[in-house]
Design a protein around this ligand. Sequence first.
Ligand code: GYE
Length: 341
Amino acid sequence: MFLKKNTFKFLLLTVILSVVLSACGTAAAPAAPAAPAAPAAFGQASCAPNCTYKDMVMCYPQLGAESDWRTANTASFKDQAAKDGFQLVFSDAQQKQENQISAVRACIQQGVSVIALPPVVEDGWDAVLTEAKNAGIPVIIVDRSVSADPSLYVSHIGSDMKLEGERAAEEFNKKFPNGAKILELSGTTGSGAAVGRAEGFRAKLNKNIEIIDSQTGNFTRAEAVPVMQAFLQKYKPGTDFQGIFIHNDDMGLGAIEALKAAGVKPGDLFIVSVDGTRGGFQAMIDGWFQADVECNPLLGPQVAEMALKLMNGQPIDKNVLTNETVYYPDKAAELLPSRKY
Ligand code: GYE
């Protein structure tokens, strides 16, 4: 009986032990966990790291065709697409933000690889940029800036508009050490280009130089003509004002039309413009512009290169500024033949 009882206990213990051990065994040797995959960089495509331009569909919802700068910018993207062999989904928003937003939405729907966005104005992009981000499509802001949170786009490639304004101001400071009164013909209201140029200009302009009036010509030649005409109704050139800061060459050419019609001669006023288009160079040769602050529209190559890096999951810079200078009449004739826009 004693033995039997002990045998029973022994057997029971063996069963319990074997159950416990087998449970421990399972716990001690779990299935090997899958090696943690490196998190894909935002915007990385399934072809990474071997994507080529053939895999790329780039959306370029252009803001308009308001100036020679813009025409050159559009050509730069189209030429680059043809050269590299990527597909460019191009549209022209005719300077209307709602058109640009619709174009961006269409590109999200289409599932493009990347959206390069030249925003017509700074504000009002948060919603659509969030939609692109949620869809996993990277957005590169091109040319003008946006006020949206930088986490909503991957990079900005373009000019330092504030620096351009500062450079223009320096020309007036040099010309008028004893002060002057000037006018400003500004770009599209609320656009990064106009906001930055106006800000930089005011920050650098000597206190003895007064901006007596500032009106927008919306960056177009056609709209600048009546604005200049209205200025000339109110202020006498040479007496009431000695110079004009003009936010782009196209508006400068419109202003020249109005000045000519009013009998103003080249050199009567000190005029500084921005862009450095062929038209601007010709205006320097003809004596109308005394300086032209460069703004380079040829951004296609840089943007394409960055887009391919994004697709391949490679790191990119958050802010890429275009290297620019100031042009003067003395070199204008020599440089004009080599100007690309
Ligand atoms: O200066 C002007 C164009 O955003 C930098 O837009 C661009 C500006 C350029 O219409 O000519």
